[in-house]
Design a binder for this molecule. Structure first.
Ligand code: COA
Ligand code: ZN
Length: 313
């Protein structure tokens, strides 16, 4: 009997979304070790870093060195975020497998994040696709603040659909809907997703939730029930956009893996290995991390019965 390949795809983003907001410098070799260990734990998609201005995101200035030192496993996709053609050029030199372009649904957040209008960002995406394709590099395009913006508030569904349509018209390989500051709720997720899934297939669509208001996992489950199968998560629940007030962590990788396994869905990931890795994060980043399963252990990891109860009949 062959084991079915899980249709759930989890992309690990702690190295990018997680570290971009961390004030404490994480050594390049520690980043490399973490990428390699995540791949060994079964992750087949890892967002390794960003090719952005080092003045703006100093914690990821070593992206090219990290890419040079990681041990690439066949079948694992190592990607990086790029906002413009300069970022793509660096990503090509670093031999990334895929780039992740980002533009926010909200013009205000887009200016805060990448200092560009929609028009300029879309022109950059067109250039990125045109240069990446001949190099054999895939392009994923993220719609940040798709479920709400910390400056503008709710984003009309039609606006998000229009951006998704524009992305697809450029020939992107995938789209990510990102809830940058955890403003989504499950009903909204289902409604938006149902419409986006009429534009593109579920194997080209990723959901990227932040747990800012504690709704991360319920949003993932709503998305799963509506047909989504690809999710971004960060080990330990690290994460956050430095240019969004009040940003906090992504949905936590090991917490989501635990949820899927508990409800009988396979992820192909080694939960125990992920928990062990997550427990190393506080030393790396210098503070406690939000993930819960790494603190509690798996539900099946039972504790010894207290001695006082052992002989009580
Ligand atoms: N990688 C590295 N450096 C870059 C770059 C890139 N992709 N794009 C531009 N730069 C450099 C320029 O060379 C220039 O350098 P200099 O000051 O030494 O001459 C400087 O950055 C300013 O370039 P400019 O084109 O005027 O950019 P900007 O100041 O308008 O900033 C971005 C635009 C996109 C580069 C910047 O806002 C950015 O890096 N944002 C990333 C935000 C992010 O990662 N957010 C979290 C993810 S959601
Ligand atoms: Zn994010």
């Amino acid at each position: 009997m062959t084991r079915a390949v899980p249709d759930i795809v989890i992309q690990e983003v702690a190295l990018r979304d997680g570290l971009q907001i961390e004030p404490q410098w994480v050594e390049t070799d520690d980043k490399v070790d973490l990428v390699d260990a995540l791949a060994a734990a079964g992750l087949r998609r890892i967002e390794v870093s960003s090719f952005v201005s080092p003045k703006v995101v100093p914690s990821l200035w070593d992206a090219d060195v990290v890419f040079k030192r990681i041990q690439r496993r066949p079948g694992t996709v190592y990607s990086a975020l790029v906002p413009n053609l300069k970022g793509l050029a660096s990503a090509l030199r670093a031999r990334v497998d895929e780039v992740n372009f980002v533009m926010s649904a909200s013009e205000t957040h887009n200016r805060a994040n990448v200092n560009m209008s929609h028009e300029r960002s879309l022109a950059a995406l067109a250039e990125i696709v045109a240069s990446a394709r001949p190099a054999g590099i895939k392009v994923n395009a993220t719609i940040a603040t798709a479920f709400g913006c910390p400056f503008e508030g709710a984003q009309p569904l039609e606006k998000v659909l229009k951006i998704a349509g524009r992305y697809l018209s450029f020939g992107v390989d995938g789209i990510t809907l990102a809830d940058t500051t955890g403003m989504a709720n499950p009903r909204q997720v289902s409604a938006l997703l149902a419409d986006v899934l009429s534009l593109t297939s579920r194997d080209r669509l990723t959901l990227h939730f932040h747990n800012t208001r504690g709704l991360g996992l319920v949003n993932v489950l709503a998305a799963y029930d509506t047909g989504a199968r690809r999710f971004d998560t960060a080990l330990g629940g690290l994460g956050g956009c430095p240019f969004a007030p009040g940003a906090t962590g992504n949905v936590c990788t090991e917490d989501l893996v635990n949820l899927f396994h508990e409800i009988g869905l396979s992820t192909g990931l080694d939960l125990q290995a992920l928990i062990a890795l997550s427990r190393r994060l506080p030393d790396l980043v210098g503070h406690d991390v939000p993930g819960q399963v790494a603190k509690a252990g798996r539900a099946q990891d039972l504790h010894p019965i207290p001695t006082a109860l052992q002989n009580s009949g």
